[in-house]
Structures are given as structure tokens and as C-alpha cells.
Design a binder for this molecule. Sequence first.
Ligand code: HDE
Length: 734
Amino acid sequence: MTSTAHQQLAQDQADFTAEGAPPPGKVATTAPVLPAPTQAHAEALTTNQGLAFPDNHNALKAGARGPTLLEDFILREKITHFDHERIPERAVHARGAGAHGFFEVYEDMSTLTKAGFLCNPGEQTPVFARFSTVAGSRGSADTARDVRGFAVKFYTAEGNYDLVGNNVPVFFIQDAIKFPDLIHAVKPEPHNEIPQAASAHDTFWDFVTLMPESTHMLMWVMSDRAIPRSLRMMEGFGVHTFKWVNAAGLVSFVKFHWKPTLGVHALAWDEAQKLAGKDADFHRRDLWEAIAAGHFPEWELGVQVVPEEDEFRFSFDLLDPTKLLPEELVPVRRIGRMVLNRNPDNYFAETEQVAFHPGHLVPGIDFSNDPLLQGRLFSYTDTQLSRLGGANFHELPINQPKCPIHNFQRDGIHRQQVTSGRVAYEPSTLAAGVEVRADGRQGPGKGFTSVPEMLDSPKIRQRSPSFDDHFSQARMFWISQSPVEQDHLVAAFQFELSKLGTPAIRQRMVDNLAHVDAELATRVAAPLGIGAPDAQAATQWPGFRQAPHPVDVVPSPALSMAPTGPGSVATRQVAILVCNGVDATAVAAVQQALSEAGASSKIIAAALGKVEVADGGYLAVDCTLVTTPSVVFDAVYLPCLGVHAAALMADGDAVHFVLEAYKHCKPIAASGSGAGLLASLGITMPTEPGVTQPQPGVVLAPAGELPATFAPDFLQAIAQHRHWDRNGLSTVPA
Ligand code: HDE
């Protein structure tokens, strides 16, 4: 670099940092300034035994160039601790992100449940929520096609209550005994550990095609629900039917829902795959940044309540976890809200060590006899014993109830609590005035008691015939989807099945799909190089069951994501693509409109540093085209770029950026020569000879001053999330 260049750089840096504000005519973007370490921050480094030591850079050696000495206990302690830093990852749901927050109920629910945290409006119950993918390892990508775990720990005054659900309301299997088989089938194949975090492989489809009870869940997993835009924009479901009981002993069945206030939105599949490489932390980062920016994610807790006497009112069994309770049959009543308002202080201590369990209950909530749920009750404590290293995992800060604990469980690895006295049993007369009794804390009738239930049954291994209808609700899901959602579903089935090396498995899947819908099966089968779907062939497999009385299936509008409609613009990320000659006034106007709506924007160019603006100033660049690709944004703005526009479009990365955003159906705004650029890329569509109109979600402004409607139109296009109805996308080379 020449000395003149050095001087210019120094001057530029001074401009940006002096007084913390940019000089007139220059637009500042993020410019984090790290505080220099000062004496006030200094703390003495010690060993884990509290021994302060002066050198954390050099091991103890025999001479400066000699061998390291075994007696260096400071080195040994540090390395030994490091060697044991990892714990076994979760067998499933290994990859997750968590946050703290609170729950509050809107109205007193005591007519239905005696759970204290559901009866006291205005009282905030602390929560910790963890969202996860199921199949991938801890280091896998966030955007894999997969079910998302949706687990919430409520630290109630009556003990911890865990609602350990998913973002899909049904499950693959009906009986817990099949869970290890399901997970072995979907995890990477055992001989070569391929593929990571993906269900598109032979063993998964081999298993599910032989277990047609999984067909309903497959419909959900092949839908866009399995590639959420954000963890903040997905629903949660308790999946199983639970029981509520009030103080008088009245019992109801209950299904739990979480409804996000931002609506339910998805990625495009191509985008999800690219994100897996470009930003494997996409969902985790999105959650973290939203909370850090004060845009606290929020969900309403909904319940569907069925009086106990109505248990057999439906055409399916409430105990069958492959069935949902259509919202049109029993409306979802929104009874409270959860707000996540604090990021964890430490990922390992909190998100990794949190231990959920569907058996962590409070008085007023109980299980049903769903055979999948019953199996889960054993699994969750058992898995913590190996994952968290022993029986005392409840003492880890993130797992500790926020109410007192008294019992005579003692000792074990890593015990923290120091109990005093000689009495570790009950009943006792030796406890010196401290009597500990199982009285439910407040005397008879209080505390947790299981809902009494008469059982007089043969001991058998059998599936209830009321679980036999494997296809009606899969069909209900299919006919409830919008045409675009159906297209995406077909494409997802085709993608997954095309990856299979065994044609017979592809065939078995489309044969099963023929029991869902003939058109669906035929469309899926078309590019798979197999025969036509054969519904009869599917019935030959031993796992096949058909409902004795097939039910008339009607659409359930609540199953479609389409009607969730326009959402909020808040927290949406917008790329502003620039080069020299950019119209800074237009950029500032659009940035201001975005910022006022709660969205954030980044200035993207071919290289870091700055670009010259049309009137002689310059604009600081946030990120480059290559490091911050279009897939990490929700929308793109191409401002007027003057005479240099052609140079930008001669850059293949820039062209790809715009075309890719367009292909992923993202809103695109362009003004002045930016609009011309879009036309040159074919991002306009002749509706009739001589009339050119932009495709849906494309907002254009001619050269000159920005029309007053420009920014509002762009905001509206962003609020609609994606414009899936664009024509001719298959011809777009991105
Ligand atoms: Fe889980 N599940 N699961 N599961 N599950 C685990 O527990 C299991 C099931 C769910 O963020 C494990 O602590 C069995 C349904 C979530 O920490 C393990 C069966 C649903 C999470 C386990 C099921 C879930 C788990 C692994 C069938 C939705 C992550 C680590 C009988 C309602 C919680 C752990 C977190 C985690 C077992 C089925 C949700 C191995 C045996 C159905 C959200 O214990």
C-alpha cells in the first residue's frame, strides 16, 4: 500500500470513529468498538483449587528449549479438564438452541385444572425453552428437513413442569417399542455414518414404508413445516393427549398447542440446503439475534379440551399419537402466552445440560394411556443418567426447581447439596423437630395424585384396532394444503425418494401414497423411474392396516400455513446490493422505513470498505456478496446504481445473488437503474404484448425521486414473507 493510501485509510477510520458518528454525507453502519482491557477488568487466573499462577502461556520445561516436565500440575489440570469437556450428545434432538423467558396465563383455568400456574392470571412463571432438530448430531446444520423439538420447562411454584413437544402435532409410530427402530432407521446408516441430518436415504424409507402408520407424519415432514424460516415462526404441539384434573376431581382430555405471534413461515427447500453450508447456525443465530435486539419471540399457549365422557366421540382414538384433533372439531382456546426475553449466559451450562422429561408434572396435569407417551416416561430420566453422568442432574442450576425440595434421596456422583443430620429416611422420630412428610405440602388432598382409573385387563402385547386407520388423516392433511403447498410436498417426496438406491422402496412408498390420494401418488411417482402406484400391492405388507370403517375426510383449514397470511416485518433481514455510483438518498430512505418497521438491513457489495455514492460521498459496506449470500436474507433492494450498474451485473456473484433471491420467491425492490437491471435479468413478465409487469413481490420505481408508495409497497411485500406464485421459476439459473 502506498503512503497516500495509508493516509486515506487513516483519515477514513478517523471519520468513522471520531465522536462515534459518521461525517455528513456518509452513512455509518455497524461499527463495534471493543473496549481495551484495563486494570479494572483484570482478575488473577487460578487453578481449580484456587491457586493463583503467573504464566498461562508456557508449560514447565527443563530449560527454555527442553522437554516438558510431568510434574507440571497446572498444565495437567488444564489439559485433563479439557480432555473431559464433552459429554455424550442427546441420542435424538442433539442439535438445539434455547432461551429463557416467562409464561403467564390470561384467565383462571381452575374450573378445568388445579395447576397453580394456570390459575393465577398476572403471575409470571419463569421458563426455559429448547428447540431442536431430531436426527442430526450436535454439530449438524440447523436447516435440515426434520421435525423440530419444542420443549418448555416451566419453573412453577409447585415444581417443574415440562411440556416436551414437537413442531408437528403427530408422530411416526404408535407404540414406544418401535422408537429405537425408527431412530436407527433415520440416523446415518451404521456402516458408513452417511448421511448426516437427513432422512433421504434407504434405511429411513425402508422402515417407514413398512410402517404405514407413519404416513400421516410423513406428510408433515415432507411439507414446508419441516424447514421453518425461523424457530420463532413455527407452531409447537404437545402431540399426545394429556389429562387435566380440577380440585374437585373433574377430568378432561387436553391437547396442547403453541401459536407463534409472528405467524408460521418456511424456507424454500433449495434455500434450506444452501443455508446448511453457508450458515449452519442460521436458526440458532436468528433466535439469539432477535432476543438480543429486544424483539422477544412470543407464542400463545392453546388448548383443546375434551370432557372425559366424550373420549369416544371421534372417528379416531384420542390415545393414538398418529392422529390430531382437528381444530374445526374442537377449537383451540388460547389461554396464555410465553415470551422468550433472555439469551442463555452459557450454552453448555444451560442449553446443553437442560434435562426435559414428559414425566415432570405438577398437580392438575396427568398422562393419558397413549402407548407412545407411556414409553417416554421411562426414557427421559434414563437417558440423563448417561448423558449428564449420574442421578444428581436435577442439581444442575438449569434443572433446579425454583421451589424447595425435600426428600431422602442421597449421595451419588457429583452430589452438590450438603444435607445435615443423621436422619435420611421417613418416618422418623429422630429428626430433631424437623419432620418431613409426604403431605403434598399443604395437607390432605393437595399435591400430585394420579387420576384414579379402573384397570381390569388381560396382560397382552396388542395394538388396539381403534389405531388401525393409517391414511384418513394423511389424506385430510393433503386436501387441506394450498396448491403451492401441495407442489412443495410433491417435490419433497420426489427429492427424498430420488436419493434412494433401492427402487423397490420408492415403489412401496408411492403404493402407500395411493391410499392417501391417487393424484398425489401419481405425481410423486412420475420422475422416480418406477411403475405406477399400486394401492393393492401396499396391502400385502404385514404392517398394513386399513380402517374397518373408512371415514369421510374433509379439509381442515388450520393445517395449511397459507392462511397465516401477512406477518410482521419486524426482524426481517434485507440486503441492499450496491456498487459505486449508488443513490445514497434512496438507500437512506429505504433503510429508515425498514428500521421503523423493526426490520434490519445490510449494505452488500463485491468487497468490504466503501463505495462511492452518486453525489460524491461514500457508503460503508457491511458484508461482501460471497460471505453473506442471498439465502441469509428475507428480501433484496437494488437501488439506482447509475452508470456503474452494468459493472455490478458483470459480476457473476451479484447476478447469482439477485436471481437466487428471486428464485426463492423473496421480495425484491429496485429503483432507477436497479429496476433496469432486474429487467435485464428477466425478472419481469409480459402480461400482454407491450405491457411489462413485475412478478409477484417485485416492487419497482422509475428513475428520479422515489415515489411515496415505494417503501410501503416493499414493506408489504416483505410482510407477505414469500411470493410462491411466481411463474417460470424452473428456468431461472440459480
Ligand atoms: Fe423424545 N427423547 N422420545 N419425543 N424428545 C428425547 O431425551 C423418546 C418423542 C422430544 O430439548 C431424549 O433428554 C422416546 C415424542 C424432544 O432436551 C430421549 C420416545 C416427542 C426432545 C427421548 C420419544 C418427543 C426429546 C433424548 C418414544 C414429541 C428434546 C435426550 C417413546 C411429543 C428435549 C433427552 C430437549 C428428547 C426419548 C418420542 C419430543 C432419548 C423413547 C413423541 C423435544 O430420552
